[in-house]
Design a binder for this molecule. Structure first.
Ligand code: NAD
Length: 501
């Protein structure tokens, strides 16, 4: 077997002993563009061994040296940006401008990882009692597994792994087998930046590779991003095997629209946030929740022509608003959700099913779709629809709108559009969602704030990026020290509970 896309272990391309591989598609043409090697449990054992060894030396490398390499990584990554965008476009299908946006966000995450010395410098209390000092240190965990989804082939792996590496861990990245090539490029970029071989490794594969990581005794922690069911599985299985785990799942992101909002502005934001990247974003707006029938009718009137005007095309078509879905199975799933919304009684206002693009007849495209009168008990509402089919759920008042959001099992992102500050304040106080926007449709925080949802959008403590990411990737030790004066004499054991008098 000589797979086109191989693992990256100890600084080398490695095909592994697993003997399994999978197809990587160009989703715009439906053609297979490469074969990707899949790691077996033995392959994972090999990479964990390499990472453990390299990680030990890396953890003892000075902070100054580690930082220098992370800075180099940023610069080498920026230099490689155009090639990476092209690669992401080919394998994922997103437009080049969208891919560039993803890479820009990744740069922010790398830059934030450079604040690692400040985030992990520990605490010191002098003289807590009886000439005793207390201090705490944050040390790397060892080897961290990062398991990433298909929808951000470079950004999510970078968000997960750069802070992990910066604070002194070794990493085994298991990227999505649908888009494996960008991850290998990240390995090469780290190498160019001067990272010692074996600190950043890539092992490809499917459930077999993930299970091997979750059970391997050499892996100290797992950070996962993907669909909710798999996130829950990874969290439970990882914890059962004694690992520190943070697992991010899917989203169902509501956009509440109050009657006083500027509806033209709302409509534009709904289109960008709802359909951008073919809605294959965990923070994409899934449904609008206009308050009052008048608001709903006026909003739908503005949305229909905008959805009809959406241009769909391959990644390098500069006029395309978005590209194909990731697999033919994804296309079928999204079209099935649309079918079910219709049979459940919703009103299909724009139908993107059965879209065929000339020259790309076998591509996995679904056109922009808008469904009105979606009801909370429909599968179209309950499930995360990971494709360009968006809905309108009408609410009669603000209470009902907020309740709707809180009753949904997912809690990644939410937005409210209004000019009423009092209503907005009440909204962000009461809504049970991790990332909240007020007149901001995609409330992804800046790299230096914590990123993470609530409810079944996130399992475990820890954040994808932000200050708490540094905490997740380190263990805290607290040390008490006393240096007796040369004149201190032993005066017998003290059997009482030690207090700090
Ligand atoms: P996915 O769950 O299918 O795959 C994610 C990872 O898990 C991949 O590496 C895959 O190989 C592995 N995997 C898949 N099935 C598995 C199984 N049964 N057992 C063990 N491992 C398995 O997700 P996806 O389709 O690649 O990505 C899209 C999902 O990711 C969406 O639900 C999206 O909302 C979510 N997502 C969430 C965030 C967030 O921050 N919350 C960010 C990006 C994407």
């Amino acid at each position: 077997m000589s797979s086109d896309v191989q693992h990256f272990v100890g600084g080398d391309s490695v095909v592994g002993e697993g003997g399994r591989e999978g197809d990587v598609f160009n989703p715009a043409t439906g053609e297979i563009r490469a074969q990707c090697a899949y790691a077996s449990a033995e392959d994972i054992d090999d990479v964990a061994r390499v990472a453990t060894l390299a990680g030990k030396a890396w953890a003892k490398t000075s902070i100054a040296k580690r930082l220098e390499i992370v800075f180099n990584f940023r610069n080498e990554f920026i230099a490689a940006r155009d090639d990476l965008a092209e690669l992401i476009g080919l394998e994922h299908g997103k437009t080049l401008s969208d891919a560039r946006g993803e890479l820009q966000r990744a740069v922010e995450a790398i830059e934030f990882a450079c604040s690692m010395p400040h985030l992990t410098k520990g605490e010191y209390s002098l003289n807590i009692g009886g000439e005793i000092d207390n201090f705490s240190v944050q040390q790397p965990l060892g080897v961290v597994a990062c398991i990433s989804p298909f929808n951000f082939p470079a950004m999510v792996p970078i968000m997960m792994s750069t802070m992990a590496v910066a604070v002194g861990n070794a990493v085994v990245l298991k990227p999505s087998e649908r888009v494996p090539s960008a991850a290998v490029e990240l390995g090469r970029i780290w190498q160019k930046a001067g990272l010692p071989d074996g600190v950043f490794n890539v092992a490809h594969g499917d459930k077999e590779a993930v299970d091997a990581l979750l059970t391997h005794p050499g892996i100290a922690a797992v950070s996962f991003v993907g669909s909710t069911k798999v996130a829950e599985y990874v969290y439970e299985e990882g914890c059962r095997h004694g690992k520190r785990v943070m697992a991010f799942g899917g989203g169902k992101n509501h956009m509440i629209v109050l009657p006083d909002a500027d509806l033209d502005l709302v409509a534009d934001h709904f289109i960008g946030a709802g359909y951008g990247s073919a809605a294959q974003r965990c923070m994409a707006i899934s449904v609008a929740v206009p308050v009052g029938e008048q608001t709903a009718d006026a909003l739908v009137e503005r949305l229909v022509p905008r959805v009809e005007a959406l241009q769909i095309g391959p990644y390098d078509d500069e006029s395309a608003d978005f590209g194909p879905l990731i697999t033919s199975q994804s296309k079928q799933t999204v079209e099935r959700f649309i079918d079910e919304s219709v049979s459940d009684g919703a009103e299909l206002r724009v139908d993107g099913r059965g879209l065929e693009l000339s020259g790309y007849e076998n591509g996995f495209f679904v056109g922009g779709t808008l469904v009105d009168h979606v009801h909370p008990n429909m599968s179209f509402y309950r499930e995360e629809v990971f494709g360009p089919a968006r809905g309108i759920v009408r609410a009669s008042d603000v209470d009902e709108a907020i309740q709707l959001v809180n009753d949904h099992e997912l809690g990644n992102g939410v937005a409210m559009f209004t000019r009423d500050g009092h209503a907005a304040r009440r909204f962000f106080e009461e809504v049970d969602v991790g990332m909240i926007g007020v007149n901001v449709p995609v409330p992804v925080p800046a790299g230096y704030h914590n990123f993470g949802g609530l409810k079944r959008s996130k399992f475990g403590e820890g954040y994808l990026f932000g200050p708490d990411a540094a905490r997740f990737y380190t263990k805290i030790k607290t040390i008490s020290v006393r240096w007796p004066a040369p004149t201190d004499d032993a005066d017998g054991p003290d059997m009482t509970m030690p207090t700090n008098d």
